[in-house]
Design a protein around this ligand. Sequence first.
Ligand SMILES: [Zn+2]
Length: 331
Amino acid sequence: MGYSSAVYRTTKREMDKRRQLVFENQEKRKKIFYNKCPRAQEIEREIASTSIRVAKQVFSGKANVKEQLEKLKNYNLNLQKELSELLVKNGFPENFLEEWYKCNLCKDTGYINGKMCSCMKQLLRDTAYNELNSKSPLSLCDFSTFDVSLYSGEVQMGQKTSPIEKMSKIFEYCKKYAENFSLNSDNLLLRGSTGLGKTHLSLAIAKYVISKGFGVIYFSAPNLVNQLEKERFGDLSDNENTEEILTDCDLLILDDMGTEHNSAYATSAIYNIINTRIMVGKPTIINTNLTISDLQEEYSKRLVSRIMGDFTRLEFVGKDIRQIKKLKGLI
Ligand SMILES: [Zn+2]
């Protein structure tokens, strides 16, 4: 997985901060303990000075160095023992004075024998996702702010159910989808005119799924195409690899598909991302205002047939909720 150098820099800074915090917190704990038990500080100083005495013994060249070293070792062990007993006696855990790492595998260095530790891989991933999601309104929408009562209860001509009934079902479906989300979840196509709540519900799904610990990326199609074209044809000094990250994330939400400017490159990049995700079995949610025949006109046949064959379609109905909210003075 390739990330940009900016992502690497941010991650490195975060790892440095983690390590610094480990030692700062250790110092704080030591102070707390020494205040309560001054003898402990004496012991710590004594332990530190024995290592100097060991070095002196080794370099002195005197006879019976081995015997002297053995003595010092025992002396040191006794001091350690006394320290542990003092900790327990004063109600502290035995490891109270040690370094408390976030990751014990790599001691928060990010590497084990020159290989990147899983904690750093996770942090790189989170950093990249945060950066890609930083331009989207991910934090603004959740299920509790979706108001189904704004949809009409009147059954339209030629329909069997009212918008409020249909939208209640869609709302429940999306909520369950988020609650039960897994890498085996379905792909969804949220289709309907502007202002019917597609973005709101997909962002609510994103927020919920992120809170369950999954890696989610939300992108509007125009922003995605801009980003991919910039990486493909623009300044290549930074080795950003959005296409790879989008293919790899646990859930990809592609909003406003069909509003991006159309180019052969954009169409094929979008197809590649969606197709690869289907092949490796990772869920995608697409929002679009386009009808199926519009989609067929805008995109290649193979992309539309992929979407038709592999996505569960949710048809959003009703009148523009943003207009209704405005009329009611809600926004
Ligand atoms: Zn680690």
